[in-house]
Design a protein around this ligand. Structure first.
Ligand SMILES: Cc1ncc(COP(=O)(O)O)c(C=O)c1O
Length: 377
């Protein structure tokens, strides 16, 4: 995660900084379990595709109630593999949002497909049936829906609409692992899903990692082959587009030890955002709500047309902030975009910013952020 380089944020004993994140706290909380996991891997002698990898796939599958969880090396790899596995023959366009950090663009371009951007809904900042409708032409094979900020967006209509046109739906659950709507988890609505275990994610590793999720046996078999060189069996490269993307034993063992905590930690994130929502009532900040089990509070996102000024005021009070995400994908040369302008995406990218939100924030720190929000006029 990035940090604001601002001299006003230099910590002093009388004014400690409330950070955007501090991974050392979760590591120290989980130290005994993580050390046990490390010892278990060292003792086993297996380093990739061993017993911890298999057990993790099973345990996360059981937690999510999904048939197939396939460990891979990162969330971006998971997106690439998922898109490749479901792209219908004869189509080559991926439609997605331009406000979700560019991970889908990276993955789809690496897979050799064309990316087209649709605007997002002005409340959820996620794709909706209305916002994508005009983009779903006959060459579109895949729609990637990101459950942004932890919000399992209601994609039932989107999925119906796509399936009626032979378009497959990939859910990006990297920010929404554990989110549920009417008993169904994020990742179970589309054809396939991708997630990330980047250390700051709600279920984070101590390094990189990711997974592809699906209930579809055929898609799972394709991903299994593609994540290991396209092999059907050892050294037999059957499928084109294979890569080496494996979740190593250490990360799998660390992640196994953290699954049981996930629901509790997601609840803590929601509680922090609820405090910020309360503190911002009547003031110049609108904090996006994170209420109910469909939202796992990955980020506490606020909006204001006076973003620069308000962020500076928060920084002066020792509160770090960040922007997720500042540049629409179609404005980034690295994604070889065609020129376009999406009004909801653009307005949001000029107004949004994130407040500190991770489960290990102390109550004192949450109070400090709330007090700082309360001084904004
Ligand atoms: C929404 C979203 N998708 C995909 C990714 C990519 O995951 P990774 O960093 O593991 O490649 C991330 C985070 O980094 C993300 O926030």
């Amino acid at each position: 995660m990035t940090h604001i380089e601002d001299p006003a944020l230099i910590e002093s004993p009388d004014r400690p900084v409330v950070p955007m994140n501090d991974l050392s706290r979760a590591i120290s909380r989980d130290r005994v379990a993580l050390s046990g996991a490390l010892a278990n891997v060292l003792d086993s002698g297996h380093v990739v595709m061993g017993p911890n990898h298999d057990a993790f796939q099973q345990e996360l599958g059981a937690y999510l109630n999904l048939d197939h969880v396939l460990g891979v090396a990162s969330g971006t790899d998971a997106l690439e593999l998922a898109i490749k596995a479901v792209m219908p023959k004869g189509r080559n366009v991926v439609v997605t949002a331009a406000n979700a950090g560019g991970y889908t663009s990276t993955a789809a371009l690496r897979a050799g497909f064309v990316v087209r951007y649709a605007d997002v809904d002005s409340d959820s900042l996620c794709l909706s049936a209305t916002s994508v409708q005009s983009s779903l032409t006959a060459d579109v094979g895949v729609l990637v829906v990101t459950h942004l900020y932890g919000n399992l967006t209601d994609i039932t209509t989107l999925v119906e609409m796509c399936h009626a046109s032979g378009i497959r739906v990939v859910e990006d659950c990297a920010q929404a692992i554990g989110a549920r709507r009417n008993g169904r988890v994020a990742g179970s609505f589309g054809d396939i899903a991708a997630t990330s275990f980047y250390p700051t994610k709600n279920l984070g590793a101590i390094g990189d990692g990711g997974a592809v999720l699906t209930n579809n046996q055929k898609h799972a078999d394709t991903v299994k082959q593609l994540r290991q060189y396209g092999w059907s069996s050892k050294y037999q490269a059957e499928l084109p587009g294979g890569m080496n993307s494996r979740l190593d034993e250490l990360q799998a063992a660390f992640l196994r030890s953290r699954i049981p905590q996930l629901d509790g930690l997601n609840g803590r994130r929601r509680a922090i955002i609820a405090r910020y929502t309360e503190a911002s009532a009547g003031g110049p900040l609108q904090v996006m709500p994170a209420v109910g089990e469909h939202h796992v509070g990955h980020l506490a996102v606020a909006r204001s047309s006076r973003r620069t000024e308000l962020r500076a005021a928060l920084v002066r009070q020792g509160v770090q902030t960040d922007i997720h995400f500042p540049y629409p994908d179609y404005k980034q040369p690295g994604f070889r975009p065609v020129s376009q302008s999406l009004p909801v995406t653009e307005l949001a990218s000029s107004e949004i910013f994130s407040l500190p939100c991770f489960p290990e924030l102390t109550e004192g720190e949450v109070d400090r952020v709330c007090n700082a929000i309360g001084t904004l006029i």
